[in-house]
Design a protein around this ligand. Structure first.
Ligand code: COA
Length: 259
């Protein structure tokens, strides 16, 4: 896949999507957002891809937000049309396969919203995170007002959103904003290790498990429990369930057929 503002690579069955404007700290232009949406659409239907990792190019930034230059002069109607076409954050949210954010530096504004739309967040010790929109006179528009409180609680979400302050990776781990912090030099190795581990499981059970857990952020408990039960009943129909159970009883490794 050839793009102008992103790179798409493969390491075995894990796709690596790199936002590639390091001179602008990978600030997301409209073109970059459209390219990520297009890449995700293709990766989601590629049977050889079992998981994806999103990261930023260079040594300084994951993503330092949406491209602030593009905010100048934007009208409400233009913004509304962008939402109607569907956003990058919607595309990440809808991605059926597991997607990890590999947070290698500044992760601010829309960058943090992108990371929060992912399933798992692994951060370098050097990462700096913040919901910084308030500092330029706007509020988050890529999902942070809803995803941030679900991850870190109302108080922490309001503190980050209203102060616009930046926090380091260890504070982010403490409040649950990231899931693991690793030395900068180990970030890629560790993220790929987790992604490969996820990719080694049966694809159908993985998709259903992802759907079930992500529903927890959307549904009331009772509906979420019923939803889990319906997916659990569905997984009983898969060949992988028979194979997984048989392999356990025969004390051998399973061979997944993804059906
Ligand atoms: N949009 C557009 N350009 C951005 C950007 C953004 N969100 N973030 C950084 N850049 C650009 C800078 O304008 C600069 O471009 P230039 O070299 O052409 O002047 C380049 O990236 C490097 O950034 P710089 O500010 O010089 O680096 P720094 O190390 O001094 O500061 C930050 C780093 C992240 C603290 C600072 O760039 C920043 O605050 N960026 C905005 C973050 C933000 O609030 N994002 C959310 C917006 S909604």
């Amino acid at each position: 896949m050839k793009y102008d503002t992103i790179l798409v690579d493969r390491e075995a069955s894990v796709a690596l999507v790199t936002l590639n404007r390091p001179d602008k700290l990978n600030a997301m232009s409209m073109m970059m957002k459209a390219e990520v949406v297009d890449a995700l659409r293709k990766l989601d239907t590629d049977p050889d891809v079992r998981a994806a990792v999103v990261t930023g190019a260079g040594d300084k930034a994951f993503v330092a937000g949406a491209d602030i230059e593009e905010f100048a002069g934007r009208t409400p109607l233009e913004q509304w049309r962008m939402y109607e076409r569907g956003t990058l954050y919607d595309a990440v949210d809808r991605f059926e396969k597991p997607v990890l954010a590999m947070i290698n530096g500044f992760c601010l504004g829309g960058g943090l919203e992108l990371a929060m739309a992912c399933d798992v967040r692994i951060a370098s010790e050097r990462a700096v995170l913040g919901q910084t929109e308030i500092n330029i006179g706007i509020l988050p528009g890529g999902g942070a007002s809803q995803r941030l409180p679900r991850l870190v609680g109302l108080g922490n979400a309001l503190k980050l959103t209203l102060t616009g302050d930046r926090i380091d990776a260890h504070e982010a781990l403490r409040i649950g904003l990231v899931d693991e912090v690793v030395p900068h030099a180990k970030l890629r190795e560790r993220t790929m290790e987790i992604a490969s581990r996820i990719a080694s499981k049966g694809a159908v059970a993985t998709r259903l498990a992802k759907r079930a857990v992500r529903a927890a952020a959307r549904l009331p408990l009772d509906q979420g429990l019923r939803y889990e039960q319906s997916l659990f009943a569905l997984v009983m129909a898969t060949e992988d369930k028979e194979e997984g159970v048989r392999a356990f009883l025969e004390k051998r490794a399973p061979t997944w057929r993804d059906r």
